[in-house]
Design a protein around this ligand. Structure first.
Ligand code: KIV
Length: 271
């Protein structure tokens, strides 16, 4: 008799329940099938196919160049691997701002072609029409406030956001607007911990932080950063759980030595 393990898929409803009972939500990015399979099997709650793929997968300086077709490619690769986690795909820069009809058709393409569970987009009042139109089609939306990498050219730096009262107030108002519109969660990036906690306490939907302190309802990191694959990027909020760069370089170096010395393949590794 085979023992079949029942997998209970994470839903937006389950995330709301987790916040209600005070259970923190774990979220990580993934962009490809093999990594997503490992991350899902490890038990993470949410997998974000972030537009940070533009940086860590394609080597671009910003998230702006990544295209909708490229996001769909990454989204589908991740969805193919995932059995348990809720999958969220980022809407890329230029595919939703200033035109809610375009935003809806972008979100529908992503849903149809990747079979993701939800989408994420950056901004508050400026994009609320787009948010509402996507939600009206029954597509779950995650918001993203604070440091919004798609607006890097407006701000000019990746420094901590909403330190000033006016910006902090706008952030809280925007978060409430996203909740009222029907978003199921909001990511807050690189803001003071106190503000993160205030937003989390003011909203009933889960608030997921990246550099937003410990008072929010969950945490998200870019997988390449937390595994120590990326080496140049070291913001204060980043905890590296491994030094995979050193391990990969060590293993590749060992392989090169074996090839050069004729030690690979050995007798058993050939036909
Ligand atoms: O694209 C991304 O990886 C993100 C996270 C940093 C939240 O939006």
């Amino acid at each position: 008799m085979s023992v079949h393990k029942e997998i209970r898929k994470v839903t937006t409803h389950r995330l709301a329940e987790m916040k209600a009972r005070g259970e923190k939500i774990s979220m990580l990015t993934s962009y490809d099938y093999s990594m997503a399979q490992l991350v899902d099997e490890a038990g993470v709650d949410v997998i974000l196919v972030g537009d940070s793929a533009s940086n860590v997968m394609a080597g671009n300086q910003t998230t702006l160049p990544i295209t909708l077709d490229q996001m769909i490619y990454h989204g589908k690769s991740v969805v193919n691997a995932v059995e348990r986690a809720l999958v969220v795909v980022d809407l890329p820069f230029g595919s939703y701002q200033g035109n809610s009809k375009k935003a809806l058709s972008t979100a529908i393409r992503i849903m149809k072609e990747t079979a993701t569970d939800a989408v994420k987009l950056e901004g508050g009042s400026e994009v609320i029409e787009s948010v509402e139109r996507i939600l009206s089609a029954g597509i779950p939306v995650m918001g993203h406030l604070g440091l919004m990498p798609q607006s890097i050219n407006k701000f000019g730096t990746y420094s901590v956001r909403a330190r000033e009262e006016a910006e902090a107030e706008k952030l809280l108002t925007d978060a409430k607007l996203l909740e009222e519109a029907g978003c199921f969660a909001v990511v807050l990036e690189k803001i003071p911990a106190e503000l993160g906690e205030t937003v989390s306490k003011s909203l009933t939907i889960p608030i997921i932080g990246i550099g937003a302190g410990g008072g929010v309802d969950g945490q998200v990191l870019v997988i390449h950063d937390m595994l120590g694959i990326t080496q140049q990027f070291s913001p204060r909020f980043l905890r590296r759980y491994h030094n995979l760069a050193a391990e990969i370089k060590g293993a590749v170096g060992h392989y090169i030595e074996d090839v050069k010395s004729g030690g690979f393949p050995n007798e058993k590794e050939q036909y």
